[in-house]
Unconditional design. Structure first.
Length: 561
């Protein structure tokens, strides 16, 4: 289980089956020392069917954007986020957790740094701040990384934890010389344990006179300034707000991340966001879509090849893993990797070395791995289609992106965003979206998710000739098919839909009437030419014939005029 409290991330082992009380009390199985947590806050039951139960806490427990009623057990699944007060818990199955070690949380560290800045201002003294980022390290070596941090620190130094392999160190009364010496000591300690680290330092007052500026300056000397990513198809609200908070915390670490979700939900956008917020933001983000390449090319693209390694290899070529040196590799549709390639990728992740196709000597690499898939990798692992050891390696932290049908509040702002973008490309003012059209958009199930919504709105902009997108500018036939069942509307009555008992028009009947009207008007514009009408409507000629029959409309004759 991952426990995230006010910017600090730690791992906590939990039993395969049984109960665990979560709270601030010393007797709790999972103790979280935070004022937002009650002494006995919640009970986690783990087994074939895992549940979470709020124990009448003061600040509540939330799952799936809903606050739990006290003393009511609610089912939860692997990878789901549980909000307990101000803490976030994520249950995952994987390798054993890192050995715990006492570190100050970031909130305390930042407060202590504020105090030291104030003291230095009064006494005209100095201090230094160090930020250290460790590599994406196997669990068994996290203790070595912590030993490297603590080995050369004095009793007066303050060490904080910013993430699983990220540390911050306060050196009171230290000047530039001591700061440089401390950086050298840290690098030597890590090198002795064969660990790669990135270290940056900032000194008061020349590099900054507040905790915020000093920490930012220390980060910049280690890896350059990070620019937050643009929205890129993400909007705030509900479940996505919680997902964004989780992403910000995970991005700061060096962990591998597995992004899960249906096709079209925006997994690549999420990967870009993680990279942009990570210590590697100034280095390349290299993408590989495993479903887009045949097996014969996958290995060459991923690992590279030497000259004459195979027919057509006229010169040596570095693979994507080498070109991403210092940055991030995003492997999309990782579930499509052949087993033979999975074995080689596992070796790369474990050894941090890549062997080109046809090569003799491996080359060291420094990359972070992000992966995404719409497949159930646990089921694929059980079926033998995906290696379990590789699954554990890429699943350092898993993030599930909910489908668009579960994010209804996002549909309107996303639709307007896509309309504005399409209109700008067309060089025209962006049309508004009529209330009826928006209602239909929000009621549709969106099997293609955000990608499908973008395509529908771009099509609507092309079809709309005035200043408002109406329902008839949308692909009515497939959208109506997903609406909740309603009383059948007879063709003779389609033009005048009935209203419900409270005076609100029946949406399905209204959409059927609009579809009928749209078909008639399109056929009139095409002079009765059904083939041309079907093209304008975005459907096949056979489908148009079926819709004519469904609406009781006669088959038109082509105009001879």
């Amino acid at each position: 289980m991952h426990v995230i409290v006010r910017g600090q991330v730690r791992s906590q082992g939990i039993p395969e089956a049984g109960e665990l009380v979560i709270g601030r009390g010393s007797a709790c199985g999972l103790r979280i020392d935070d004022p937002s947590i009650s002494r006995a806050h919640a009970r986690l039951s783990v087994g074939a069917r895992s549940t979470i139960e709020d124990l009448g806490s003061a600040n509540g427990t939330r799952v799936r954007d809903g606050k739990l009623a006290p003393h009511t057990a609610v089912p939860i699944g692997l990878g789901e986020v549980i909000e307990v007060g101000e803490a976030m818990l994520v249950i995952q199955r994987g390798a054993p957790p890192a050995r715990p070690r006492r570190l100050w949380p970031h909130s305390y560290f930042e407060g202590r740094l504020d105090d030291e800045c104030a003291r230095a201002e009064r006494t005209h003294g100095s201090l230094a701040v160090i930020r250290l980022r460790g590599p994406e390290t196997p669990v068994a070596r996290l203790a070595d990384l912590e030993d490297s941090v603590f080995e050369s620190r004095g009793a007066e130094d303050v060490v904080g934890s910013y993430g699983p392999t990220d540390y911050e160190i306060l050196l009171p009364d230290a000047g530039p010389d001591r700061a440089r010496a401390a950086v050298t000591e840290l690098e030597q300690a890590a090198r002795a344990r064969k660990l790669r680290i990135v270290v940056g330092a900032a000194v008061y007052p020349q590099d900054g006179q507040s905790s915020h500026v000093l920490l930012a300056s220390a980060c910049a000397t280690a890896r350059g300034e990070i620019t937050p990513p643009s929205a890129g198809g993400w909007v705030s609200g509900g479940a996505m707000d919680r997902l964004h908070r989780l992403i910000e915390r995970v991005a700061a670490s060096q962990m591998s991340v597995l992004i899960l979700g249906e096709t079209g939900v925006g997994k690549e956008v999420l990967a870009e966001t993680i990279h942009s917020l990570s210590p590697r933001a100034r280095r390349p983000l290299v993408r590989l879509n495993c479903a887009a390449l045949p097996e014969t090319l996958l290995e060459s693209e991923l690992f590279g090849h030497e000259k004459a390694a195979f027919t057509g290899a006229v010169k040596a070529k570095p693979g994507l893993l080498e070109t991403a040196e210092g940055g991030t590799v995003f492997i999309d549709e990782v579930g499509e990797l052949p087993l033979s390639t999975q074995v080689k990728l596992l070796r790369v992740i474990e050894a941090r070395e890549v062997l080109r196709v046809g090569g003799l000597a491996p080359r060291p690499i420094d990359v972070r791995f992000l992966a995404a898939t719409h497949r159930d990798l646990e089921a694929a692992t059980a079926a033998g289609a995906f290696r379990q050891d590789l699954y554990f390696r890429i699943n350092g932290f898993s993030i599930v992106v909910p489908p668009l049908r579960e994010r209804v509040a996002e549909i309107a702002p996303l639709a307007m965003q896509f309309v504005a973008q399409a209109s700008q490309r067309e060089g025209r003012p962006g049309p508004a979206i009529a209330a009826g059209a928006m209602t239909l958009l929000e009621r549709y199930s969106w099997p293609g998710n955000i990608r499908e919504l973008r395509n529908v709105m771009e099509r609507a902009v092309l079809l709309c000739t005035d200043d408002t997108i109406q329902p008839e500018h949308l692909p009515l036939e497939k959208m109506i098919a997903t609406l909740p069942p309603a009383p059948l509307v007879r063709a003779a009555d389609a033009a005048a839909p009935e209203t419900g008992g409270r005076g609100a028009p029946d949406l399905r009947g209204e959409m059927v009437a609009l579809e009928r009207k749209h078909i008639i008007e399109t056929l009139e514009r095409c002079g009765g030419n059904q083939t041309r009408a079907a093209e304008l409507l975005g459907i096949s000629r056979r489908t148009l014939t079926n819709r004519l029959n469904a609406h009781g409309l006669p088959r038109p004759r082509k105009s001879t005029a």
